[in-house]
Design a binder for this molecule. Structure first.
Ligand SMILES: *Cc1c(COP(=O)(O)O)cnc(C)c1O
Length: 368
């Protein structure tokens, strides 16, 4: 028997969530973001789950090529662009869209003869201060790209720092949109502004946020970008369920402690269950005492410190808990955002951190 820990990927839910993104931004074309191994779901599964997307966006050229090998014929976008001049011919050969975010990348494109036209996304830094040209440098970069023979479409792009909030006082979506508008004034090309937060944003700016391309990531995997609205309220379904079983039970007396650091002390007689799942599987070690867990469908809580291969849960609310009881760590029945909250992180990190040693298979929501 294999160790009972396994992750189920719900391709039907991935399709559903993409349809939700489209419903939020009905006039836009959608890049489904499949970076980080499709947020831990597997690149190939990402491709199949988002077969309806207009394009797939990721980081590494190798993975862009892998998508081509797997048969993806629609557009591919490199979100950080190229890292070396040697990558330029690959863009032309495999019809890969590249982000251009700095002058070094413009130079790489200038130096290399393009034997087939390519499309690029020119990125503006509207306040995130990660990648991109400042609004006042943007038109110059645009014109320099325009002058390169072989560059076909230039899509104008930016990225939001706080798309999950209606109004961040340090940097609002509206302020980033204002800077984008200013920097892109008079430049021809399609626009691409929104990640999941922008897609889910239905306020006054929606029309601008939802054209011409959107780039949803986490929402496609049933997570929220933050902001207090739950995945269920957004109509999103979980796409990854992490399941295991109880492999041992300890009956504690008042004052007994559990696990490394003896961080949990039983307030009275109680049973704790040992779950085959630990931080080497991707379950966060920083998860706090009280982080929710389902045992036989009953919501209970983590107690004590998560160790490498195991964690312990309170079995008090679970009648008839036994070795072999089914455990859900996150996913179907237990929103990943709730678990992330208990671990002081975000759903994104939990999905992406799913460890290679965890067995993964596909199944519909509600199956083992
Ligand atoms: C990761 C990423 C996205 C997707 O972000 P989510 O918050 O997961 O929707 C969109 N655009 C860019 C440039 C990204 O790097």
């Amino acid at each position: 028997m294999p160790r009972p820990l396994h992750a189920i990927i719900h391709l039907d839910a991935m399709q559903h969530n993409l349809a939700r993104a489209r419903a939020c931004a009905p006039t836009a074309k959608a890049w489904a973001v499949v970076k980080a191994n499709a947020y831990g779901h597997g690149l190939e599964r990402g491709m199949r789950g988002f077969v309806q997307a207009d394009g797939l966006a990721l980081i590494e050229t190798e993975n862009a090529l892998r998508l081509r090998e797997l048969g993806w014929v629609k557009p591919i976008l490199l979100l950080e662009g190229i890292f070396d001049t040697a990558d330029v011919p690959l863009l032309a050969e495999h019809n890969i869209n590249s982000t251009v975010h700095c002058i070094e990348q413009v130079k790489m494109l200038e130096y290399t003869q393009l034997y087939r036209p390519i499309d690029v996304h020119l990125k503006m830094n509207t306040g995130m201060n990660r990648l991109g040209f400042r609004p006042d440098e943007y038109a110059a970069a645009y014109n320099r790209l325009r002058a390169i023979p072989g560059i076909r479409n230039i899509t104008l792009m930016t990225h939001f720092a706080n798309a999950d909030e209606l109004e961040n006082p340090r940097l609002s979506i509206a302020e980033q949109v204002r800077r984008f508008r200013e920097g892109a004034a008079g430049l021809e090309g399609q626009r691409s502004l929104s990640n999941s937060g922008g897609v889910l944003h239905q306020a006054a700016l929606a029309k601008e946020l939802h054209n011409d391309w959107v780039r949803p990531g986490v929402m496609l995997y049933g997570g929220t970008p933050g902001g207090g609205v739950t995945a269920r309220e957004y109509g999103l379904l979980p796409t990854m369920t992490l399941k295991s079983e109880i492999i041992g039970i300890q009956q504690l007396q008042k004052g007994d402690t559990v696990g490394y650091g003896s961080r949990f002390e039983a307030p009275g007689p109680m049973a704790v269950g040992v779950v085959a799942c630990g931080y080497a599987d991707g379950y966060p070690r920083h998860a706090e005492h009280g982080t929710p867990v389902l045992v036989d469908g009953v919501k209970t809580r983590l107690v004590g410190r998560v160790s490498m291969d195991m964690m312990t849960v309170d079995l008090s609310p679970v009648v008839n808990a036994r070795v072999g009881s089914k455990v859900t760590l996150w996913g179907d029945g237990l929103p990943i955002d709730e678990v992330a909250n208990g671990a002081g992180t975000i759903g994104y990190e939990l999905m992406c951190a799913l460890a290679p040693r965890v067995r993964v298979h596909e199944g519909r929501v509600g199956t083992d």
